[in-house]
Unconditional design. Structure first.
Length: 240
């Protein structure tokens, strides 16, 4: 008869594994999100080959993180998929663990808009700022410094952006720039621009690739800063 593992029932929002958790079942239950930390070997010297089973009993999603110097590898993420999901940590090297089980797929998505108008010099490309986030599922959009999207999952992304102007311009363009290089453009049709839009599918490597929006006006104008006027959004369509 198979041995029933001993239980360690945890009900807080944070928990760091201890030596006695080896070969046990750790249950994690809380209404809020839970962070489970794997300690370094210098703190707890688990034997290589140690396994620790875990179950998310409550509604709060469990995220597994490594302590100082600890690497936890997993796919598609380090988050449990749903209530009652089960996963196992396997120690494969001194400070390296593998997490396997019922894990959540990570699908980065974001939406941001310009809440403070921006001055555009005539006939000059300017990076467009988007200060207000509507949503940012994986904290991949920088709305304070660089105004860029740097996703953490490699894949094909649908990207959309619009820049509206405060008046009529002799011409207008909007660009998607990837890692500082132009890759897609949208322009006015008809010779007088009040706004321009660009939309495309772009491949991003999930680590160093980033995208920004740059705009151009043939006439010196301000942008129209609003949720419906100047915005940038995108989401993962499928992994690479």
């Amino acid at each position: 008869m198979a041995q029933i593992p001993l239980l360690n029932a945890q009900t807080g929002t944070t928990y760091t594994l201890v030596l006695l958790d080896a070969e046990k079942l750790v249950t994690l239950s809380n209404a809020s999100a839970i962070t489970l930390t794997v300690p370094p070997s210098s703190s707890i010297a688990y034997a290589i080959g140690t396994s620790i089973d875990m179950v998310q009993v409550g509604a709060g999603q469990v995220t597994v993180v490594g302590g100082s110097g600890v690497t936890v590898n997993a796919t598609p993420s380090l988050k449990f998929r749903a209530q009652y999901s089960r996963a196992t940590l396997l120690k494969v090297a001194a400070d390296t663990w593998q997490l396997v089980g019922d894990l959540a797929a990570t699908v980065p998505a974001f939406g941001a808009y310009q809440s403070t108008l921006q001055s555009l010099a005539a006939a000059t490309y300017t990076k467009i700022s988007f200060q207000t986030e509507e949503f940012d599922t994986d904290n991949c959009f920088d709305s304070t410094t660089n105004y860029r999207f740097t996703p953490t999952v490699a894949g094909y992304y649908q990207l959309n952006a619009t820049m509206s102007l405060s008046g009529a311009s002799s011409e207008g363009y909007i660009l998607i720039r990837k890692n500082g290089s132009n890759i897609k453009a949208g322009n006015d049709i008809g010779g007088t621009a009040y706004g321009v839009t660009v939309s495309s599918i772009v491949s991003l490597n999930g680590s160093t690739d980033y995208v920004e929006i740059w705009g151009y006006s043939g006439t010196a104008l301000n942008t129209s800063a609003s949720q419906v006027g100047t915005y940038f959004n995108g989401c993962l369509l499928r992994p690479l």
